[in-house]
Design a protein around this ligand. Sequence first.
Ligand code: 13P
Ligand code: SF4
Length: 442
Amino acid sequence: MSTVSLTLQPRPIDPSVDHEIQAIVAGSGTGSTCNTDLAAGPWDFDARPGYGPGASMGDVIPTGAPRQPQLPQEYRDASDEELDARIRAAKQTLGDRVVVLGHFYQREEVVRHADYVGDSFQLANAAKSRPDAEAIVFCGVHFMAETADLLSGADQAVILPNLAAGCSMADMASIDQVEECWETLEDVFGDMDTPDADGLLPVIPVTYMNSSAAIKGFVGRHGGIVCTSSNARTVLEWAFARGRRVLFFPDQHLGRNTAKAMGVPLEQMPMWNPTRPYGGTDEATLRDSRVILWHGFCSVHRRFTVDQIAQARAEHPGVEVIVHPECPMDVVDAADSAGSTDFIRKAIAAATEPTTFAIGTEINLVQRLAAEHPQHEIFCLDPVVCPCSTMYRIHPGYLAWVLEALVAGTVLNRITVPSSVADPARVALERMLAAKPAGAPA
Ligand code: 13P
Ligand code: SF4
């Protein structure tokens, strides 16, 4: 592992994180990376347990998580230029039969082939908007592909180019753990399905989009709703209009940051840790709670610290600090603003004067924003190049592989949600898509 540079410097304008990692490893780059194995092809990790190098490398991959079969040799051996040309050719042959979706955190070499690039909410809508396409190739992570399957037509195939592209945060709430938590809450609050005299249920479950379809299905069956980082406040308002309290999973930070901004006191936000008896809390605390936070987090956003913000402010007077709400509360409090990936993108696009921005989110997006806005100085708060391990598993080699298979008439890596789960999960998603901010016209 290379040493950590302590100076926060703007990144070079090349949007490719891959190029930067290769340069650091070759000794020609000035920065540092969290793991030099990132310079290898992701196929080196397909046969190994775990997520591979990157921000989630210390997280535990659940037993039974999908495994990626070995990528054929010709794709592992192909140069970047050859893969680029093969992806373009396959897309051209397929035309409107295929739509490629790319999350903001995907590497530049993949994003350039996407028909839609966006945050998880925008990509969920994009999946709905192309009912004509036979196949939706989702360059993102597993829960996003599941969501696309829920929202797309039954005849459309949703394809995840590398099955190892999970999300370690989503894995932190398994359906068994959530069911167990719910049973405990039933013991405390009794009948969970009958509203009290004020028309409120004891607990409304709210799941972040970053969760499995099984969890979304659970939420749909129990009167709950899905949220994303761009509508978490609207969704919590929806939930508080229907319940005394919220069980929020899997991201404690998004839950805490959103509820705090709505005025919920921290003392009324106990943590539910599924590895501890009774979640590590007690009955009196649960009774007094307004938001029960699940003990989950994102290993990418956990890397951002208040010290990094202090350093950015010291080294770049006037810097504007924007972070993602998956960052810990002290980081969100110390930043100038916090919002979803699309919020960050729009905040930069709206700046009319040359500005210095320090951004607390995944490096691939930060580097692309820096390249798109050369009039501004834009850099990542974390001085170490450390992408999301799982987003980074989608290498152009896998994209070429699934697209060329489609040309040959074969659907590889299809993600399908069984209907017993899909029906209630769709209910929870549709509630989210219909939820309106307080004061908005109905
Ligand atoms: P967005 O909802 O902002 O796209 O974030 C998804 C994600 O995985 C953030 O870590
Ligand atoms: Fe999951 Fe974090 Fe990666 Fe987003 S950035 S996909 S929350 S691990």
